[in-house]
Design a protein around this ligand. Structure first.
Ligand code: GLC
Length: 635
């Protein structure tokens, strides 16, 4: 047993690494840079401790670490002076992303603007909308035509030819930066496509590359793993493995052409770290850490959210602190809320999608009852300081009902039944439904199902029902105000509907999520200034919310405090600021609703509703809200 403390071991390892670095010209240069050296000093112990724990049993552990730190140093050396200046600026304003000026947008490059040049041409529109954060959906080389919307990456350094090239991407990052917009790209690091050169070599039987994936000669081990794993894309293949032409089996959580990387091999960690820092130097500001929950496998577990995943993320994060310090991580963990929160930490992922709030906003719209959403804001919203939710109404993916069954039960709802109801409601199989969603990965065997659809179609615009515009605005008002960065799926702001054309495309027809990944709705955008149109009304409403958000300092930061309205159809939460508070009230009912005046005891007699600009008397008779009305009361 090693009797040295982890600090002593780290010191010894660092001395060894420095000695190795001094042997090469490159290494000497790297060590001369005081900035790099200082940050290495601060973060080395994190990386060392994680490496020792995950890979310490291997004889080459220290050499792998030498290679990793050398790569990190080289990457820092190659980082553009402009990016280094940004690193410095953000170091001084370390909570810049918590500002109420922050506003996110997300789109597919080809669908929204044809190619990277097209995205560049749309910068004036992004500025018109007020974006400060742009997530471009996966744009790297991928198999054709099947590539899971780009999430099957064949090279992290080559852009898909039809979209442009890596120089254009770098140029776009620079142009966006000039416009005050951060670039967000996915780091798809749970898997590569089967056409990535690592995968191709593995398929050819090369042992080193085979060891980068979870490959087995027969079904024995896969079958043992599958006893406790969940089926993620059962429409594609049952279980977690697929069989290769040579008879071997490879782990494939998602589609059969996406092979899970084996992070128990330090070469995989090192190789992906190199890809990450390469992209950081292109000018990526935020990495969306794709499918984080699945990155580590352990027999007899469900192989999701294992403690080692957090260690990997911390080590990746520490590498960024050393070689690309302004880069931040956003976790994509669409799992049970107990697990979602575990990824949110300054030393892990500073940002996280807020899938619970997203799903429960739809739940409340369907049930006209805000109790579950209210409970979630009260109980599950607050995250560590310096961290922020990314609040969205819908994404490019399906909506999964990831609420906790225990939370639901406290409110008298049985999780499985309630999910069944929600699925039926959102695919219009429930009387009185306004939604036009499509089932995704409907698994009759397990009863699991999720929902695809655009915001407008799910809110009732496609079925031309009353209140649909109000529902869209109500949902976005929540994303804009609960704390964190609001994220608009571009097209939603002009009320874009479902696109069923995917059903005619053999490469897409089996994946209903394409219904909510429509093409740029040029006609709707053209109408956006005309408030006699649906597009114009939604656009005006969203723009109004954006303007209010940006001028309301209380909405900065990541925290919301619950407010009990005494009326289950009305959601309440507060955003306390330094000198004043904003109380948000949202009516989910199709009818007018009251909150009694007793709820406002202890508050001033009057408050200004920022949404309408009117003063509201809180003493007289309580407050009445119109159907789907929301108020932002500042007092
Ligand atoms: C993430 C993406 C999803 C993709 C999956 C596999 O969940 O959002 O679109 O299918 O990862 O990469």
């Amino acid at each position: 047993m090693n009797s040295l403390s982890i600090e002593q071991q780290a010191r010894a390892a660092k001395a060894y690494i420095l000695q190795e670095l001094r042997k090469t010209k490159d290494g000497v240069e790297i060590l001369k840079d005081e900035n790099f050296f200082g940050r290495l000093d601060m973060n080395f112990i994190t990386i060392f401790a994680i490496f020792a724990e995950l890979y310490g049993y291997r004889h080459d552990c220290l050499d792998q670490l030498v290679d990793l730190i050398t790569m990190c140093g080289r990457s820092w050396k190659e980082r553009d002076p402009e990016l280094k200046a940004l690193d410095k600026q953000r170091e001084q304003d370390s909570e810049w992303y918590l500002s109420n000026q922050m506003l996110g947008g997300v789109c597919y490059v080809d669908r929204y603007a044809k190619n990277l040049a097209g995205i560049k041409d749309r910068i004036p529109y992004f500025k018109e909308l007020g974006l400060t954060y742009l997530h471009l959906m996966p744009l790297f080389k991928a198999p054709q035509p099947l590539n899971d919307g780009g999430y099957a990456v064949s090279s992290y350094r080559d852009v898909q030819e039809e979209l442009g090239d890596i120089h254009q991407l770098k140029d776009l990052a620079t142009e966006l930066r000039k416009a005050g917009i951060s670039l967000v790209l996915d780091l798809v690091f749970n898997h590569t496509s089967n056409e990535h050169q690592w995968a191709k070599k593995a398929a050819q039987g090369d042992p080193e590359h085979s060891a980068m994936y979870w490959m087995f000669p027969d079904r024995n081990v896969p079958a043992a793993f599958e006893r406790s794993t969940r089926e993620i894309f059962p429409d594609d293949h049952p279980g977690s493995f697929i069989q290769l032409a040579d008879g071997r089996f490879v782990w494939s959580t998602f589609y059969h052409f996406q092979w899970d990387l084996n992070y128990s091999n330090p070469t995989v960690f090192r190789s992906m770290a190199a890809e990450m820092l390469y992209l950081a130097n292109i000018g990526v500001d935020f990495f969306r850490m794709d499918a984080v929950a699945f990155m580590w496998k352990q027999m007899n577990t469900d192989c999701e959210n294992l403690p080692e995943v957090h260690k990997l993320l911390r080590a990746f994060n520490a590498l960024c602190r050393i070689a690309a310090p302004s880069v931040l991580f956003k976790s994509e963990a669409i799992v049970h809320p107990d697990y979602v929160v575990q990824y949110i930490d300054r030393y892990e992922c500073q940002l996280s999608y807020n899938p619970l709030q997203m799903a429960l906003t739809w739940e409340a719209l369907a049930t006209r009852d805000a109790s579950m959403l209210s409970q979630a804001i009260e109980r599950r919203h607050n995250i560590p300081r310096g961290c922020a939710w990314v609040n969205y109404v819908r994404s490019h993916d399906d909506i999964g009902w990831t609420f906790s069954d225990e939370d639901a039960l406290e409110l008298g709802k049985v999780g499985s039944n309630h999910r069944k109801f929600l699925n039926a409601f959102f695919v219009n199989r429930h009387p009185g439904s306004f939604a036009r969603g499509v089932p995704f990965q409907d698994n009759p065997r397990t009863g699991d199902c999720r929902i695809s659809g655009t915001t407008a179609s799910l809110a009732g615009l496609e079925s031309m029902q009353d209140h649909s515009i109000d529902r869209v605005l109500l949902a976005y008002s929540i994303a804009m105000s609960t704390g964190g960065i609001p994220l608009i799926y571009l097209g939603d702001e002009v009320g874009q509907l479902n696109d069923y054309s995917y059903l005619n495309d053999p490469a897409k027809m089996d994946d209903s999520r394409w219904v909510n990944r429509p093409w740029y709705p040029a006609a709707r955008y053209a109408e956006r200034e005309d408030t006699s149109t649906v597009a114009g009304q939604i656009y005006a409403g969203i723009k109004h919310l954006i303007k209010l958000r940006k001028s309301t300092e209380e909405l900065a930061g990541g925290r919301a405090v619950g407010f009990y309205t005494g009326n289950p159809t009305i959601l309440g939460y507060q955003r306390p600021g330094v000198h004043s508070t904003v109380l948000c009230l949202c009516n989910f009912s199709d009818n007018g609703q009251w909150i009694g005046r007793d709820r406002f005891m202890g508050m001033p007699a009057e408050a200004k509703d920022l949404v309408s600009g009117f003063m509201i008397n809180l003493r007289d008779a309580g407050i009445q809200l119109r159907p789907h009305q929301f108020l932002w009361l500042k007092y």
